[in-house]
Design a protein around this ligand. Sequence first.
Ligand SMILES: Nc1nc2c(ncn2[C@@H]2O[C@H](COP(=O)(O)OP(=O)(O)OP(=O)(O)O)[C@@H](O)[C@H]2O)c(=O)[nH]1
Ligand SMILES: [Mg+2]
Length: 194
Amino acid sequence: MSSLKADARFILSATSPAQFPNLRLPEFAFLGRSNVGKSSLLNVLAGVRKLAKVSAQPGRTQAVNFFTISDTFTFADLPGYGFAKVPIHVQQSWKSLVEAYLVQRQQLALSFILLDARRGWMDKDLELREWLLHQGRPFLVVATKIDKLNQSELHRGLAAIRRQNDGSEPVPFSAITGQGAREIWQAIKTAKTR
Ligand SMILES: Nc1nc2c(ncn2[C@@H]2O[C@H](COP(=O)(O)OP(=O)(O)OP(=O)(O)O)[C@@H](O)[C@H]2O)c(=O)[nH]1
Ligand SMILES: [Mg+2]
């Protein structure tokens, strides 16, 4: 598997659009509910255990965290949405930060929508999906934490996700086993050279 261990670097953590870095590299964004496994996926892809902080408490990533990979592209770890215990003003600031990112970010090559394979689409995920479609932003759906499902649960979970994704297949992924990382890398390489 191609992980780029030595060359993954944390750049900065932005809490407002003015702080977004301008590195002129193709960028890949990781989006999804709080606790779905965005930071864990990023760490697996980069081959670095603690590149992106993995939260013990949901809702911890409240900024957009930027990383460069081999100085050829960047990853953006976006704050998770939909955590009920987060106060309303924090949810609103999430929304304006993420919307500003998705509207403005010219170098954004591809977004990943992460869904918990056990839960599938929830309202906020569908809202995000509609929004990306509306903005003409390409995205790929990743079904996370598949190590927690048996074969038949996995089959059912993936089918449910596909049904609400115009029949497109999600990438099954586990940060524990690394399954799916190769497909995600492939999608990144394809989008990067497009
Ligand atoms: N079993 C299993 N646990 C996972 C997997 N991915 C993430 N987790 C766990 O789920 C919890 C949340 O993971 P994070 O990667 O921090 O999730 P996040 O989407 O970045 O969360 P926020 O930053 O709060 O939005 C952590 O306890 C992880 O260890 C996976 O593939 N399998
Ligand atoms: Mg996170």
